[in-house]
Design a protein around this ligand. Structure first.
Ligand code: 13P
Ligand code: SF4
Length: 313
């Protein structure tokens, strides 16, 4: 048989033996999304992790996602195929630096709450009042009482987008996603000319000069919902991680999806997400490692996560 078939069969077998569920983010390779029990954006995957009855969660995504699943489910075993699958946003905001900045604001008499993008470490989450994803960010910003200023970390672009849509000024951290930061506006404009009837959909992690050319701005789940609203076939220029095209194609195949290229490469793939492979999924299930271990600061992070993601008003 083909080696691909062998690996997939092994994974299916191990899933039964381990009583495991496989969760995969939309930025995983199509062949990984294909074998997953559940695919989703960050918000859906965090919520699904709390709903599953399986005792082991195999998280096909990046470290902060698997860590979030563990924080919300301390009694479950959470495996991540490659422990080095990080995130440029999480890296841009070390907890000690954030803590010093918060202290400086307090010394200056500023009354603020910290709203943190889920793309961050548990240590940063534990310094936060609220945790947002692209899917619930607007709702959470509106829940922060008006008497507080908002310190928004770590994504400056999502932050500036939220300022635009909510009208609320915020103190922004200067982090960004390496994938969304390098879209080529020139190439987007060229593609728009080439496909004059196309619609451009962009992730809010894109910089403002990219977002201003978009017909729709939203996270990955919102993108699926948006294209589902068009009954007739359309062309969509997609400004987010390139594997999202696989998910759009498989859910709504009547449309055509064209990737917006980056400045340095033909398509935008996240190098961290790309660390996961079918072989590594099999191996982590076989070996029970890498596993996300429980850490002391998870408890505080958990309170912010539960308040924000699991208890909508
Ligand atoms: P969402 O799928 O939640 O929109 O997140 C995008 C992302 O960059 C995840 O790393
Ligand atoms: Fe982080 Fe960007 Fe990769 Fe998402 S796509 S994991 S935000 S680096």
């Amino acid at each position: 048989a083909h080696p691909y078939v062998d690996v997939v069969e092994e994974i299916q077998q191990l899933k039964k033996e381990l009583d495991a569920v496989i969760l995969a983010h939309y930025y995983q390779e199509g062949e990984i999304q294909e074998i997953a029990d559940i695919t989703g954006d960050s918000l859906k995957l965090a919520r699904e992790a709390t709903k599953t009855s399986a005792s082991t969660i195999v998280f096909c995504g990046v470290h902060f996602m698997a860590e979030t699943a563990k924080i919300l489910n301390p009694e479950k075993r959470v495996l991540l195929p490659d422990v080095q699958a990080g995130c440029s946003l999480a890296d841009s905001c070390p907890a000690d630096k954030l803590s010093r900045y918060q202290e400086m604001l307090r010394i200056n008499g500023r009354k603020f709450q910290t709203v943190t993008y889920i793309n961050s470490t548990a240590a940063v989450k534990s310094l936060s009042d609220w945790i947002v994803t692209s899917g619930n960010a607007e709702e959470i910003i509106r829940r922060v009482p008006e008497e507080y200023e908002i310190l928004f970390v770590p994504d400056q672009h999502l932050g500036s987008y939220l300022e635009e849509v909510t009208g609320r000024k915020m103190i922004l951290w200067n982090g960004s996603c390496i994938v969304h930061e390098i879209f080529s506006i020139q190439d987007l404009l060229k593609a728009k000319k080439q496909y004059p009837d196309s619609l451009t959909i962009a992730h809010p992690e894109c910089p403002a000069n990219m977002r201003e050319h978009a017909d729709f701005i939203g996270g990955t789940e919102a993108m699926i919902k948006y294209v589902s609203g068009f009954a007739e076939p359309r062309d969509f220029l997609v400004a987010t991680e390139a594997n999202m095209l696989w998910q759009l194609q498989s859910k709504h195949p009547r449309h055509r999806y064209l990737p917006v290229p980056g400045i340095a490469c033909a398509c935008n793939k996240c190098p961290h997400m790309a660390r996961n492979t079918l072989e590594k999924i099999r191996d982590c299930m076989k070996n029970g490692t890498p596993e996300i271990a429980w850490e002391a600061d998870f408890l505080k992070a958990r309170a912010a996560l539960e308040r924000s993601l699991l208890n909508p008003p």
